[in-house]
Design a protein around this ligand. Structure first.
Ligand code: SAM
Length: 220
């Protein structure tokens, strides 16, 4: 069994998505995988999200809140950040983490990406990192349509995913450590998924060491 599967939560009644049930183990796993480069990578992502001071931001599949907190620092005390995840243990972990001074308040809610219990047009920016590969492929379009629905027209989307190594050996190692979904993650399909959900893609690219992101805008 891949090491990463030890962090998984019990099957959730509201989603077939694979949840994280062991937040401390997840944090340790992430620290090892990013080898000291996690903060820099996620701070870059927060900047790439296009969120501005005062914005209302949603982080879908927020997990332990690592990106959520960086978004809160980015939008500052006049903003507001909401993190949604189906897993109560990761939400409890996120709620207990200290925020940087001058950050927006973070609110964490239980919920699922494919059916967000949030009003239309309620956010200026939506971010989601390393979540889509936790959903069965057939639910990913619904999750992106929900992100489109809760964004205001003109709002920004940032989708971040794991970019598997190109070499067969690299993918083999990822398979052993994290499992099939990460080792064979189809980041090449992301732009199309985002476009099909109604967004206009404004950019994409790699963020070292392992990430790929797509930036997009809700045009109407
Ligand atoms: C690899 S973690 C990423 C967490 C966080 N975004 C980060 O970058 O560290 C994937 C997260 O997706 C969550 N997840 C699983 N199914 C989901 C669903 N249907 N809707 C929203 N989140 C889901 C898991 O519970 C987990 O916290």
């Amino acid at each position: 069994m891949p090491l990463g599967h030890l962090m998984q939560g019990e099957p959730h009644t509201d989603t077939p998505g694979v949840t994280i049930g062991a937040p401390h183990a997840y944090e340790l796993f992430a620290a090892v995988c990013f080898a000291g480069r996690r903060n820099r990578a996620f701070s870059r992502l927060a900047a790439a999200s296009g969120a501005e001071p005062g914005d209302r931001v949603l982080d879908v599949g927020c997990g332990t809140g690592y990106l959520t907190r960086r978004m809160a620092a980015r939008v500052g005390p006049d903003g507001a950040v909401t993190g949604v995840d189906p897993s109560p243990p990761v939400l409890a972990y996120a709620r207990n983490k200290k925020q940087r001074p001058g950050s927006a308040p973070c609110t964490y809610r239980e919920g699922v990406a494919e059916s967000l219990d949030l009003p239309d047009g309620a956010f200026d920016a939506v971010v989601t990192s390393l979540m889509l590969h936790h959903l069965p492929e057939e639910l990913r379009p619904a999750a992106l349509r929900e992100m489109h629905r809760v964004l205001r027209p003109g709002g920004r989307l940032l989708v971040v995913e794991f970019r598997p190594p190109k070499s067969r050996l690299g993918r083999h190692l990822v398979h052993g450590g994290a499992g099939h979904a990460m080792a064979h993650n189809r980041v090449d399909l992301l732009d199309g998924l985002v476009t099909d959900a109604g967004f206009e893609v404004s950019g994409h690219g790699d963020v070292r060491p392992w990430l790929y992101c797509v930036r997009a805008r809700r045009t109407q």
